[in-house]
Design a protein around this ligand. Structure first.
Ligand SMILES: [Cu+2]
Length: 739
């Protein structure tokens, strides 16, 4: 009897202690800039790693919260500032949290002039909190971007309708040259969302292209000694995709490490309505070692290595598949920051390299003549970046030198005949030297004026006499060496017109370095329009005038953003039919890159974000684009009106999320480039999640709930997108010492 009473008392006291600690408290954040003491609006505040809201225009956020234990881990993030984190003990019913954020000038590297600067970055950060299922899903939600798909694997991002030849890719600040002459390996193939901090799309400092799409991995941190392990395992029904992710993170006051890896394996997927898309399966590994060390008060060393190995990637919209596709990438950076402020605020010296080995073939397909197509690229370079402040004007000057090498070839194996060989990218090296400067001139009481200038010089050299002879036999005599230079200049004006309304205006003139395919590509078969593409050694650099205006309105814990952009191209590069015999079996003919005169495009983005009662979050983006060549033909890659929405309700330790994508019909497509009209479509996704324990989460979701049969406007050969996908995931976390 006594024992029974004892048990009952124990149970009651446990229940009491739970209920008493489960009392609601008010957490009051007051966030300010450590240097200027001015309030910081739009900072994301979180409790125990769950974001609970964003500070208002006064830098303030009040959240009612029910703590499960007396210790809370509070954190505040804001782009352009070092993240703030603190362990606090709950006493009383109000918790005052004064936070001083220290600005982080290193981030200036990523926040370059772009009409979407702060508001766009914030919008992107909001999105990442939702844990996108793939990089493509995240990219498709960003302003100015749409995705062109050819399979289940990463699609080609179109930036304001511009494709991969017109912009540059970087991962962790390292240029990555995709090695597939058919664009089957855009850089989003080589990074997974778990390792991503953000994607910076920038138009200035674009390294010789019209833009740069920069995938920035999250960086290790230094702080009180701590080791953390996280893991995720998920399964998706539409292609039986198994996805595993493991991450180990270590920090000490002077050292930080992240070692992580993803494994993904998928079979062929089913399109909406049930059709099996063969071949569309794949296998891939992605892994990273990322370290940071504070050597002494002035010097910090950081290094990152990323590897990605893909195997048997099926490309349903192409005549070939990828047998393997490998990336190796490294970047070592030494940062110097003087202890006492001088004119030099910071200097960063980096050495980097990347290589891609790509191999396509059609051995799994029933064709009379088999082919294979290996491609290789290498980049090796160094970069010096100086941040200074002369007379209160922060200025950044950077210079980079890189040496590039590309080569791709093709072999056809006709039965009982000698295999036929031809180059698709003749072996070529290219040296690129780039200098860029940018200042941030404050305009008292209003905002900032940001002038910018850049010059790139490139020397391209073909290496092999036999390949030069093959090419000259077709396009006539040309020099195997080509010198190019491209300069760009522009300015941005950013400031406040009302208390909560920020505006920015950007004007740019750019020339870009021509892509290896445009200069020396050799019978690159494009299955979108069914032509063989030929380079043109006499092509002139394309030029662009760019203007954009953005207005953003921050209200409490929400924002609204509207942007209009326009581009005027001169010497627009487009392929034109030429009277030459085609090479690929089944090809409609041959096209060669030409400077096709002038072209323009115009785009509109409208995006919004709102957080209510810290439980409900919703965002949307509306995008539309149109463009023409001066001869009246529509430009390819122009996104039709697209509305994307996301909403999440997360009251406590569970959440529910709904996502929608509505795309209008599109008649006005570039038929000359192989595009076909689309009827439009609507797709809905839903997800529920449950925080079972503080360290374990379970996620159950469904993509394409109504099993819609559809394809995007830009997808090659109208390839059908995946149908209904039910996915189940589990996430776990271990931390030492325990929080
Ligand atoms: Cu390829």
């Amino acid at each position: 009897m006594m024992r029974k009473v004892g048990i009952i008392i124990t149970v009651i006291s446990v229940v009491l202690s739970v209920t008493s600690s489960a009392q609601q408290i008010a957490i009051v954040w007051q966030v300010q800039d450590a240097e200027t003491q001015r309030p910081v609006p739009g900072a994301i505040c979180s409790v125990d790693s769950i974001a609970v809201g964003v500070t208002d225009s006064q830098g303030k956020l009040i959240v009612r919260y029910t703590p499960r234990r007396p210790q809370l881990l509070l954190a505040v993030r804001k782009l352009g500032y070092r993240s703030w984190q603190s362990q606090v003990t709950v006493t009383g019913d109000t918790l005052l949290v004064p936070v001083s954020l220290v600005s982080q000038p290193l981030l200036l590297q990523n926040i370059v002039i772009s009409s979407y600067r702060s508001a766009r970055e914030q919008y992107a950060q909001n999105l990442l909190r939702f844990g996108p299922r793939s990089i493509d899903q995240y990219l498709a939600f960003l302003p100015q971007i749409s995705i062109q798909r050819r399979a289940a694997m990463a699609g080609e991002p179109l930036v304001q309708g511009m494709g991969m030849k017109q912009y540059e890719f970087r991962i962790a600040d390292v240029p990555v040259l995709p090695a597939c002459t058919d664009h089957m390996d855009p850089a989003n193939t080589y990074i997974e969302p778990e390792a991503l901090q953000n994607v910076a799309v920038q138009f200035a400092q674009s390294g010789g292209g019209f833009a740069m799409v920069h995938f920035v991995p999250d960086s290790p941190r230094m702080g009180p000694k701590q080791t953390m392990w996280t893991g995720q395992l998920s399964y998706g029904s539409v292609n039986r995709e198994v996805r595993a992710y493991v991450r180990s993170q270590y920090q000490s006051p002077t050292l930080g490490f992240i070692i992580d890896g993803t494994y993904r394996r998928a079979a062929n997927y089913r399109a909406g309505g049930g059709e099996l898309i063969d071949p569309s399966g794949f296998r891939k590994w992605n892994y990273r070692i990322h370290g940071i060390a504070q050597l002494n008060p002035q010097f910090r060393l950081s290094g990152v290595f990323i590897g990605d190995d893909g195997y048997d990637i099926g490309f349903a919209a192409l005549p070939m598949d990828t047998r393997y596709d490998r990336l190796r990438l490294g970047n070592l950076a030494l940062r110097y920051k003087p202890v006492h402020q001088t004119w030099l605020r910071e200097a960063v010296f980096q050495v980097f390299g990347s290589r891609v080995d790509h191999y396509m073939d059609d051995w799994k397909r029933p064709v009379p003549v088999h082919m294979d197509m290996p491609g290789h690229t290498r980049v090796l370079g160094g970069k010096l970046t100086l941040h200074s402040a002369v007379a209160g004007v922060p200025t950044k000057v950077a210079t980079e030198y890189r040496s590039e090498y590309v080569h791709a070839e093709m072999v056809m194996y006709a039965p009982e005949a000698t295999p036929m060989w031809m180059p698709t990218w003749p072996e070529m090296s290219r040296s690129v030297w780039n200098v860029v400067g940018q200042s941030y001139v404050p305009i008292a009481g209003w905002g900032t004026f940001i002038p910018h200038a850049e010059i790139s010089v490139a020397q391209t050299r073909l290496q092999r006499a036999d390949e030069i002879a093959v090419l000259q036999g077709l396009v006539g005599d040309f020099s195997p060496e080509r010198f190019q230079y491209a300069w760009s200049g522009g300015m941005a004006l950013e400031g406040k017109i009302l208390d909560a309304v920020e505006t920015s205006l950007q004007l740019l003139y750019q020339q870009r370095l021509l892509h290896q395919s445009e200069l020396y590509g050799f019978y690159l078969f494009q299955s979108q329009d069914g032509y063989d593409y030929l380079g043109n050694p006499r092509l002139q650099p394309e030029r662009r005038w760019h203007a954009s205006v953005q207005v953003s309105y921050n209200y409490g814990s929400g924002m609204l953003l509207a942007a209009v952009y326009g581009n005027w191209f001169e010497r627009y590069v487009a392929a034109q039919s030429v009277d030459l015999p085609s090479m690929t079996i089944g090809s409609h003919g041959v096209k060669q890159y030409r400077n096709a005169g002038k072209a323009w495009n115009l785009g509109l983005n409208l995006a919004g974000w709102i957080e209510l009662l810290s439980h409900f979050t919703a965002g949307f983006i509306l995008k539309g684009e149109t463009g023409r060549r001066s001869d009246g033909m529509p430009l390819p890659g122009m996104a039709p009106w697209t509305l994307q929405m996301i909403a999440r309700y997360q009251p406590e330790n569970w959440w529910i999320e709904v996502q929608g994508e509505i795309v209008a019909a599109n008649e006005n497509v570039a038929r000359w480039a192989g595009e076909t009209p689309d009827p439009g479509y609507m797709v809905w996704n839903a997800e529920i999640g449950w925080q079972v324990f503080p360290t374990v989460r379970i996620i159950l979701g469904c993509e394409n709930v109504f099993d819609q049969q559809y394809h995007r406007f830009s997808d090659w050969n109208d390839l059908l997108a995946p149908g209904r996908n039910v996915y189940l995931g589990i996430q776990g976390r271990l931390q030492f010492p325990a929080p």
